[in-house]
Write a protein that binds this ligand. Structure first.
Ligand code: MLT
Length: 311
């Protein structure tokens, strides 16, 4: 039970079922809405977000009572950690609630790419019957290059094994022993770029990973490679990707995330060899409930004075 009363602002859409632990607590008032639509931000003790709300210094200035920012998801690149620390605000996330959903979406995107499913779908819905145009390739025997073998990368590797793919990995934090245990081959980035038939990135967006697949690195990939990004916009440079698709060096790309969201890079999105979804990899009933419960419980604990587990 929370001793005092607290106001909690839920700024992005999240699972109502997941938020029940907060909603049902009589000491807690849950308000849903965008920060710029709220008259008085100064009374909130907790702020819950997904990726849309930018938690920057300007917002934190307006929230002097704030104790905790909770990200219902993994990536905290929309939160200014430096400013949060300066204001003494705890930042937590839900690191594992959407792992499987994101993995499955990535796999779906890969299969869509290899078999031209969105293109064939559009064609038939336009009342064409064009079997010749949509010949694909098998996943079996292809080399999957995973950049970043965290929770999602690891789950992806398991599924790739079931599809009889060879998996190679670049991850500066992974040991060769662990790679062997998971059944993947650990390579340097350069080697991965040269050997993979399909490359998927699963890292956070940081200074080190920004533009990781830019002009130079894309040029090192195998001609005809497929590229996927279901992690974070900006890890793959969109202008460089567009160029590589235009030249035919990259055969196709599947993107769930974009440098700017809502995405408006239609030069890239409209290309027939680009499969695109609007940042929905984590949007499943299960994942959204799980991340919301995880952050709601942790917010309760912090408001109760307990230390946070995922900060
Ligand atoms: C995440 O970082 O967890 C994802 O981008 C999920 C999301 O916010 O939908």
């Amino acid at each position: 039970d929370v001793g005092t009363s607290y106001a909690v602002l839920v700024a992005d859409t999240m699972s109502e079922d997941g938020l029940l632990p907060l909603m049902q607590n009589e000491k807690i008032e849950v308000v849903q809405g965008k920060p710029d639509e709220i008259d008085d931000l100064s009374r909130f003790s907790a702020l819950l977000v997904r990726s849309a709300t930018q938690v920057d210094a300007a917002l934190l200035e307006q929230m002097p009572e704030l104790k905790i920012v909770a990200r219902a998801g993994v990536g905290i690149d929309n939160i200014d950690l430096h400013a949060a620390t300066k204001h003494g605000v705890i930042v937590i996330n839900a690191p594992d609630g959407n792992t499987i959903s994101t993995t499955e979406h990535t796999f779906a995107m890969m299969m869509a790419l290899f078999r031209n499913i969105p293109q064939a779908y559009t064609s038939l819905k336009n009342h064409e019957w064009n079997r010749k145009a949509f010949q694909g390739t098998e996943l079996r025997g292809k080399t999957l290059g995973i950049v970043g073998l965290g929770r999602i990368g690891t789950e992806l590797a398991k599924r790739a094994a079931a599809f009889q793919m060879n998996t190679v990995v670049f991850d500066p934090f992974l040991t060769a022993e662990r790679a062997q245990k998971i059944g993947v081959k650990l390579l340097e980035l350069e080697e991965l770029l040269q050997t993979a038939d399909v490359i998927t990135v699963h890292t956070p967006l940081t200074k080190e990973t920004q533009d990781l697949l830019g002009k130079e690195n894309l040029a090192k990939t195998k001609p005809g490679v497929f590229i996927l990004n279901c992690a974070r916009g900006g890890i793959i440079n969109e202008a460089a990707l567009k160029e590589a698709l235009d030249s035919g060096h990259v055969a196709g790309a599947a993107l769930d995330v974009f440098e700017h969201e809502p995405a408006d890079n239609y030069g890239l999105i409209d290309m027939p060899q680009v499969v695109a979804t609007p940042h929905i990899a984590a949007s499943t009933v299960e994942a959204q409930e799980s991340v919301a419960v995880q952050v709601a419980e942790e917010v309760l604990q912090v408001l109760n004075g307990a230390p946070a587990a995922h900060s």
